[in-house]
Design a protein around this ligand. Sequence first.
Ligand SMILES: Cc1cc2nc3c(=O)[nH]c(=O)nc-3n(C[C@H](O)[C@H](O)[C@H](O)COP(=O)(O)OP(=O)(O)OC[C@H]3O[C@@H](n4cnc5c(N)ncnc54)[C@H](O)[C@@H]3O)c2cc1C
Length: 391
Amino acid sequence: MTASGRRHLVLLGGGHAHLAVLAALARTPLPDWDVTLVSAAPHLTYSGMVPGLLAGRYRLEDCRIALPPLAQAAGIRWLPGRCTGIDAAQRRLTLAQSVTTVLDYDLLSIDTGGVMEPDALEARMPGAAAHALPARPIDALAEGWSHELARMRRRAQASGSGPSVAVIGGGAAGIELVFAARQGLLQAGMAGARLSLLTGGGPVAPGYPAGVRRQVERQLQRQGITLLPSACTGIDADQVHMGTAGSLVCDLALIATGSMAPSWLSGSGLDRGPQGHVAINRFLQSTSHPEVFAAGDVADRADHRYPRSGVHAVRAGPALALNLRRAASGQALQPHWPPQHTLNLLSCGTGHAVASYGVFCAGGGWVWGWKDRIDRGFMQRHRKPGGARTA
Ligand SMILES: Cc1cc2nc3c(=O)[nH]c(=O)nc-3n(C[C@H](O)[C@H](O)[C@H](O)COP(=O)(O)OP(=O)(O)OC[C@H]3O[C@@H](n4cnc5c(N)ncnc54)[C@H](O)[C@@H]3O)c2cc1C
């Protein structure tokens, strides 16, 4: 309860699923509840457009949705802060702001996304914390790229040879980033760049249909990007090490090996999935604490496995909004069934993308144009207060 004696709903994290919750609140406020949106950043950076940012196609502001105007339109409080712990028994959050503060809740919804913890990266790839640019936090990637471009330009001018970039991780994010990095270097006038994609030992685009893999391999070859089926075992200032496969000279290592659950969940008392995410049921509700809900990459649905992606986080939003409202008024919750297939669009640099839906796939310039329109439409819709789709 808040000082006013009203009950308190905390939306923790300004992630993709919470956009629908904010839109639903803007349309219909929650009577008798105070609502607070807590987020580490005053914006949501839309990852779908970040590769285009690296490629020089979009500006940083094109990729961001400001959260305070959405909170204002929803009539709720916006509180900047990074959650560092949850005490589910006490229904309390700890936030690191300029000072550490605590926030009590009656109902909590978590949508803080996945993380790449520097300690965990360092344990797997010694040197990563000091010498690599990880894909998460996405803000650090988006902001760090322009510094890296400037640094590589200085090095290239001093050495007289083109820069070398290694992207570690052969999944969707790694694929998009390696194509984008190549294009960004060209756009910045750095010819002769050498790009490599390390897949960790397996094929590129694991989990995608064979047709997608073939199209991605063809594009990698066409654009002169070296595909290395090796795992990174360490990184230093100018090399990526690959165990017995040797080392690769590189000016920049980008890590896109997938996100993890945040370590601050470990002492929360919430049930967690096998990899430490918040375990949720079909109502997007914690399996241990009914007053806690979670969606997006931070959550793990025990009864129904599906890949972590922005698409799934967005799709969970309307169901989350509905169930928070129902939980707040003591009504029965409704199950959320994620779609079996979603449309996946992999951009291979500006001008070419590969689309897949289940086993179907297609590639070409028109797919890239389609993705660009979808992404810009998403931004336009979600920047508008009340614009996100709700149930
Ligand atoms: C380079 C790249 C490209 C991608 N492209 C695509 C794509 O094209 N399509 C797709 O479907 N998926 C894509 N993904 C995956 C996608 O980014 C994630 O699946 C998606 O962001 C998950 O959404 P989310 O709502 O769980 O969290 P996020 O979008 O990560 O949002 C989390 C929010 O919580 C805030 N936050 C984080 N930690 C805290 C904290 N401790 N306290 C308070 N607030 C916090 C953040 O500031 C942020 O606002 C891509 C990923 C990467 C890295």
